[in-house]
Design a protein around this ligand. Structure first.
Ligand SMILES: Nc1ncnc2c1ncn2[C@@H]1O[C@H](COP(=O)(O)OP(=O)(O)O)[C@@H](O)[C@H]1O
Ligand SMILES: [Mg+2]
Length: 217
């Protein structure tokens, strides 16, 4: 079982949105997926409740209210799932450190804004201290702007930057606000296309991290 962690100290960068849609798409690919929420805002729990009302029972979901529970919960899930996707809260905390410590790979969503770039430094530091592999993904990006390329270059000095750019598209927000992943909400949309491309990059990284095997889409 692989553990994928979405983390970023900054709130509003897209951790929950990308975690939810990634989880749905990985499940669509036939993987056994469990989502873990470590955010007292419980936005992923709301998404999951909406999903249950839609009659959808994949991916699975666990809410953890105490950082110390993460390890035992992961141990219990290891036989049943191919991948666990952890959505963390937007601050440096025991929750986030525990999630990073358990990660096979971390994804750090960042908007192309100076304020986000500065805010990602403590998260990068925590990931490096834990010696975990990670990549940035640019999210909520304008569709055409030199700023995107500038941000990618700036981030490349700190670590790997995924080449997929997640553009600001209402389909991302609308899908997750209604209990869907974007690839089931509007499979033919540009947003869904970008999400699938992001998953390919993540799956590729997961293949070479940790011990178990996750097949790419
Ligand atoms: N690529 C995107 N395009 C449009 N809206 C997005 C995108 N990513 C996130 N959002 C929206 O931005 C807001 C913050 O995203 P969220 O996933 O809750 O961030 P975080 O979990 O990091 O706090 C939400 O309203 C979400 O719907
Ligand atoms: Mg969130």
């Amino acid at each position: 079982m692989k553990v994928l962690v979405y983390c970023a100290q900054k709130g509003g960068v897209g951790k929950t949105t990308l975690a939810a849609s990634t989880g749905v798409y990985a499940a669509q690919q036939g993987l056994r997926v469990c989502m873990i929420e470590m955010d007292r805002q419980a936005s992923l729990a709301e998404w999951y409740a909406d999903r249950r009302k839609l009659g959808k029972d994949e991916p699975d979901f666990v809410l953890i209210d105490n950082a110390a529970k993460l390890r035992p919960v992961l141990a219990a899930l290891a036989k049943e799932f191919d991948i666990v996707i952890v959505d963390t809260k937007g601050e440096d905390s025991a929750f986030t450190s525990a999630a990073i410590g358990a990660a096979d790979f971390c994804v750090l969503p960042t908007r192309p804004l100076g304020v986000d770039l500065k805010a990602c430094l403590p998260t990068v530091r925590s990931i490096l201290l834990a010696e975990k592999p990670f990549a940035f993904v640019l999210n909520q990006a304008p569709s055409r702007s030199k700023r995107v390329e500038d941000t990618q270059n700036a981030l490349a000095a700190l670590g790997v930057v995924f080449s997929t750019i997640m553009v600001a598209r209402l389909d991302h927000a609308d899908a997750v606000a209604t209990g869907y992943g974007v690839t089931e909400f509007r499979p033919d949309s540009l947003a869904a296309h970008e999400l699938r491309a992001l998953w390919l990059e993540i799956a590729d990284k997961l293949k070479t991290s940790g011990t178990a095997h996750v097949k790419a889409a």
